[in-house]
Ligand binder design. Structure first.
Ligand SMILES: Cc1ncc(C[n+]2csc(CCOP(=O)(O)OP(=O)(O)O)c2C)c(N)n1
Ligand code: SF4
Ligand SMILES: [Mg+2]
Length: 348
């Protein structure tokens, strides 16, 4: 009797031959339903779908539930969990040492806008080429839900305590200080967040992405403006986004005037479809104005607020050569003895 065996189904791989499992990390220990978990899922999908080599990614974070999340994606990548609010300095050093890495910072609103505000400022000012995701829940989740500096005026804690301070809007701050890609999204908006993340992967400069990411344990009640229900009622989508990677043909049948096409550094395209508002995301002043306007109307504006593909990065400004410092032989990075001797002589 002959037995026929059906071959196992072929494993699904991306364009560099890796399976999605190669982009996952350890099992999450965050609360079920936490927005941060959805963002981790989007990171896994986007890096897999674009075929980014995971071992060429350097993950950075500070301290917080959000900053724990790099353990839950890209397990084959490099990672550095820094001190609270000090991730930008570590990331800047790492990107200077090895420009061939793709830098991915994941942080919280407390990590960025409270203790780490000064570090964030300098990262933006320098246009360090990396992705900087703020998982914004308006509270310090890890330390049991105190207000952070992004909590809205008039919002309340679960206990009823009122926030009487105005918030920092991380997108407005990033725009003011010179960021070259600024976007806001919501952890529950899969399609929009994917398009934004993919564009950030292609961007040569600092990408600041503020993602409203509800904390189900401490900030998902009626008085919160970072809850799932508040976002459902107050999210206002600025533009519809479509990302076309450099290795895919772009369709040409676009009605003129409706879509703005931005070519990214690696040849990919971000296609931005205007919605109700006539909005130009290459105009920084318009971006600041639209944020002010949304604040007054109690809208949470999501989409791409600003994109500038022409500004030099920190590595360009420092005239860093094409080779990563970390890969140069010692003969090229250590001054010869004669130069050191001369320096010592001058100090005598
Ligand atoms: C120097 C220092 N100060 C304070 C703390 C306590 N602490 C740990 S996490 C955190 C806030 C985290 O909030 P956020 O960055 O918003 O992350 P989330 O937990 O909300 O994701 C604080 C204040 C610390 N770990 N180190
Ligand atoms: S405490 Fe809040 S921020 Fe932390 S894991 Fe739980 S839901 Fe997420
Ligand atoms: Mg937080």
């Amino acid at each position: 009797m002959s037995t026929t065996t059906t071959p196992p189904p072929a494993k699904k791989v991306n364009r560099i031959g890796l399976e999605v499992i190669n982009y996952k990390g350890s099992k999450t220990t965050l609360c079920a339903g936490c927005g941060h978990n959805s963002i981790s899922e989007r990171i896994v999908e986007c890096f897999y779908e674009l075929g980014v080599e995971p071992y060429k990614v350097a993950k950075f974070s500070g301290i917080g539930c959000s900053s724990k999340s790099p353990a839950y994606f890209l397990g084959l990548s490099h990672g550095f969990n820094a001190v609270h609010g000090r991730m930008p300095a570590i990331a800047t050093g790492a990107m200077l040492a090895n420009r061939n890495m793709l830098g991915l910072g994941v942080t919280g609103d407390g990590d960025t806008a409270s203790i780490g505000l000064g570090q964030f400022m300098h990262l933006v000012r320098r246009n360090v080429p990396m992705i900087y995701i703020i998982e914004d829940n308006g509270v310090y989740g890890l330390t049991k839900g105190q207000f952070s500096a992004t909590a809205d005026l008039g919002s309340t804690l679960k206990t009823g305590i009122l926030n009487d301070l105005p918030p920092f809007d991380c997108c407005a701050l990033a725009l003011k200080w010179g960021a070259t890609f600024v976007a806001r999204s919501f952890s529950g908006d899969k399609k929009q967040l994917q398009a934004i993340l993919k564009t950030a992967i292609s961007h040569n400069g600092l990408s600041v992405i503020d993602v409203v990411s509800p904390c189900v344990t401490f900030n998902d009640h009626d008085g919160s403006t970072k809850s799932y229900s508040y976002m459902k009622e107050h999210e206002y989508t600025l533009n519809e986004l479509d990302y076309v990677p450099f290795y895919e043909e772009i369709a040409v049948d676009i009605p003129e005037g409706e879509i703005m096409d931005v070519q990214m550094h690696d040849g990919s395209h971000l296609r931005i479809r205007k919605l109700e508002r006539d909005y130009d995301p290459t105009n920084r002043m318009a971006a600041l104005a639209v944020l002010e306007d949304s604040l007054a109307k109690h809208e949470v504006l999501t989409g791409v607020l600003y994109v500038d593909t022409g500004k030099p990065t920190f590595l360009d400004l420092l005239n860093m050569g094409p080779d990563a410092l970390a890969t140069l032989p010692e003969s090229q990075i250590r001054p010869p003895k004669s130069v050191l001797d001369q320096g010592m002589e001058e100090l005598r």
